[in-house]
Design a binder for this molecule. Structure first.
Ligand code: PHE
Length: 341
């Protein structure tokens, strides 16, 4: 009797079905009231008393096996749609994981920069990547023969020297000033293009965020405090900022902005070339000529502007030493930013 029960259990475990009809036959044979398992229960009365307990446990085991198998066969039929596949599936295996993507470090850095400035009242403006000379250069007070207009820096559209790929997103700020009256507090992130050879430190396509604040009584102090706030939010509260006199056609006075090296904390390392400082942005007070070019009364209003490369900020933040990594799409690089939001 025990052997019979054991054999039945094996038959159940090895059973296969390929259709609903076969599933029904399985149910009738092993699960229904009149099933062979049921017959085993009927045999119980013929078992000597001393073995009853053990045999009872055995048939319960067979019954349980039949019920478990029945459930598994239903799942199996649903998965195969009644068509038996050649592969033997192990339904108990956990499913294979889908590879999840991650946010690109440039996007993450852009979002973080925007978030910091949005909290202090800046909005985001966007503009075209293919620009005319006016918005990219002339309105921004570039002298007629300024070297930045020349072929080695700018990608011009063939046959039309008036149209070029924007070399900075200051062009967006011109568009904002032309269309909106102060107060203006805006941020223009976007792709920019310069005719440069690709290396670890330069690329012909990169990303910028430029900021503009125009209102009555905006002074250099506002610029300094705003960028200090940004540097602390981005790189940590102990970050120091310094300003070096510089030149841009569209700002006067102009300053280059350095932060204390966030890697060696100012002690000196190869990232900051042992100076303790790294450059993060250009800035200055908007030149009155630029305000006038955009129809803003430069007697009444003043403003500050700044511009920074997103790649540069990302490189400092995540200690990336080669600009080309951002565009090569090597998953080993990209995977490292899974936790970056
Ligand atoms: N437009 C400048 C550049 O692309 C950056 C900048 C913006 C400098 C605003 C000063 C003020 O390099």
């Amino acid at each position: 009797m025990f052997d019979k029960a054991e054999k039945l259990k094996n038959d159940i475990l090895n059973a296969t079905v390929n259709s609903k009809d076969e599933l029904e036959l399985f149910r009738i044979k092993y699960i229904s009231k009149k099933s062979v398992v049921g017959e085993l229960f009927a045999e119980l009365k013929n078992i000597p008393n001393e073995n009853k307990r053990e045999f009872g446990a055995k048939i319960n085991e067979v019954k349980q096996a039949a019920q478990d198998k029945f459930k598994a066969l239903i799942v199996h039929l649903e998965n195969t749609n009644g068509v038996e596949s050649k592969v033997d599936f192990d339904l108990t295996l956990p499913p294979s994981r889908n590879e999840e993507g991650s946010i690109h470090p440039i996007t993450a850095t852009r979002n973080r920069i925007v978030e910091i400035f949005e909290r202090i009242g800046f909005n985001v403006s966007e503009g075209p990547e293919v620009e005319d000379d006016w918005h990219n250069f002339t309105a921004l007070n570039f002298p007629e023969n300024h070297p930045a207009r020349e072929m080695q820096d700018t990608f011009f559209i063939e046959k039309n020297p008036d149209i070029a790929l924007r070399t900075h997103t200051s062009s967006v700020q011109v568009r904002v000033m032309e269309n909106k009256k102060p107060p203006i507090r805006t941020l223009s992130p976007g792709r920019v293009f310069r005719n440069e050879a690709i290396s670890a430190r330069a690329h012909c396509i990169f990303h910028q965020v430029e900021g503009l604040y125009v209102d009555e009584n905006v002074s250099f102090v506002d610029l300094k405090q705003t960028l200090l706030h940004f540097a602390k939010e981005m790189f940590g509260k102990d970050t120091k900022v310094r300003y070096r006199p510089s030149y841009f056609p569209f700002t006067e006075p102009s300053a280059e902005i350095d932060i204390s090296c966030n890697i060696c904390k100012g002690k000196g390392c190869n990232i900051c070339k042992y100076s303790g400082w790294v450059e993060i942005a250009g800035s200055g007070m908007v030149d009155p000529n630029v305000l006038e070019n955009c129809g803003i009364d430069s007697e009444k209003y003043t403003g500050f502007a700044f511009g920074m490369g997103i790649e540069r900020i990302a490189m400092l933040k995540y200690q990336i030493n080669d600009l080309r990594l951002f565009t090569e799409n090597d998953v080993r690089f990209l995977k490292q930013f899974k936790t970056v939001q």
